[in-house]
Design a protein around this ligand. Sequence first.
Ligand SMILES: [Zn+2]
Length: 301
Amino acid sequence: MTLKNVFVFVVLLLSASVVLAECQNKRVKVQVLGSGGPELTDGRASTSYLIWLDGKAIGLIDAGSGSSLNYEKSGAHINDLEFFAFTHFHVDHSVDFPAYIKGSYFTQRTKNLYVFGPEGNKLMPSATHFVDGLFGEEGVFPYLNSYFSSTKQSSFKVLTKNINLTKHNKQAIYKSDDFALSAIPVHHGPLPALAWRVDLAGCSIAFSGDMNNQFQTLPVLANGVDILVAHNAIPEAQQGAGRRLHMPPSEIGKIAQLAGVKELILSHRMMRTYGKEAETLAIIKKYYQGPVSFADDMDRY
Ligand SMILES: [Zn+2]
């Protein structure tokens, strides 16, 4: 091989790897099933995001109230669903979960379903405790226990895993042929909480969940993602409990800038941030110059 041929070969190799690493955005969508928080006055479903790959809805990040109705409207098939990844177990992130399990009963589902969520503490259940409290023999819905029991006959199994919160670094949680899931602990006041990242078809999407960024871990997880879904639960001037639990717009802007995210979606919208969208945007733009959208239920990105 001449020197010129070697050079051409290297250039071709490099451009091939760039193509492989590029986000195939026609294949991947994130759909907002719930853009609201816990309030019953916001006209929105509570937190939930659906991950689409090649026309199949493969996973859910959180399952807040009303999300199962929007899931139905999205046209997703429960048999395609491979995982639930919970950021934490506040009601507005988790309460529709039993509806999906019961809904599966009326389908031909045979594929196991994975459930991931944080470890627990005195205030919050772990993922396994949450599932057991609902579907254990002594739980609220023991009639659906067979899906969770290794000794009973059922067409599929729900496999639940607690994610360790002691190390504040990015953890690889699950990998299939088509996608990879990773998580990192985030500070949501005294509550165990995670941010999630999904990598698929060369694209990457990160979800902040609820957090105040005291751990400063989200920029690590969200490094270079195509989309960051961040929770806009408080206005800049918020003090007290709201501020201890959530990040203000300036913090969101700094994270997006630091992580170099390509697009920012603001969700978990609440009455205290309504009407303040222009202010929120102006503060974020001080730090982050990429595109920013305010999420509504059913939006697809
Ligand atoms: Zn919360």
